[in-house]
Unconditional design. Sequence first.
Length: 274
Amino acid sequence: MNRLYKTLICNKQVSLTVTETTGLVQRARDIHGLAPAAAKTLGELLTCGVYMSGCLKSEKGAISITIKGASGAGSASVSGDISLHMRGYIDGSAEGRLAGGFMTVIKDDGFFRPFTGACELISDDVSQNFEHYFELSEQIPTKVRVGALFDGEKCLAAGGIVMQLLPGADDAARETVLKKTEEIGDVAEDIRLLGAEGVLKKYFAKETGGEHVYITEPGYKCNCSREKISAILLTMGKSELEDIIKEQGEISVHCHYCNTDYKFGQDDIDKLFK
């Protein structure tokens, strides 16, 4: 199941988001055939991406999170839009290590120029890295707890809790956030046992009064297609494409997000430029 619950607590001074991303993370693991450690890291990155996508305001809103690992440790990328259509991949490291690398976040709300933030990855823990990102790049006090629990190839549970202080939040709100952060245990295990709604009730029943302002369902969905790839190939010109076919026998375009290969032969190129 995939769920995103979003509401305000502490007299509307704190934004609270609780996500359940088990189905989404399982889909990502299956598409890429990942080992458990890499699947866990990608699943937690996707869960953070779901949170950030849920904060977008414009219908054209989109986010991208790019990880560049240190010392050849590989890379990862997650993208999403306001509809919570998520996609992502991780490569180069079966263990999904992050520490020492860099993370770049681009948020495009469709209004002016996109916001770009970056930070060094201070840990292999995805939650710690995103807290560091929000503090350093956006100067917003944020508590992040995400997790993904695997049994071999099966994702037993994935999800997260994010609390973000809004401008003007008072000391009481800050103390509540710190107290709640200390109370939160293993998020993935909580999601496995209770689901996202159960997690809300367990930790925040008093603060929410059972009211959830925003509920939606994220999902794994790549936005590539043969038509889009064809449009890109058209910009290269027929002669260049024919040269590639002569050298390689065909044109092959790989989408990292959905692990799909699009292949084009001479007949396909002739039809494109007909």
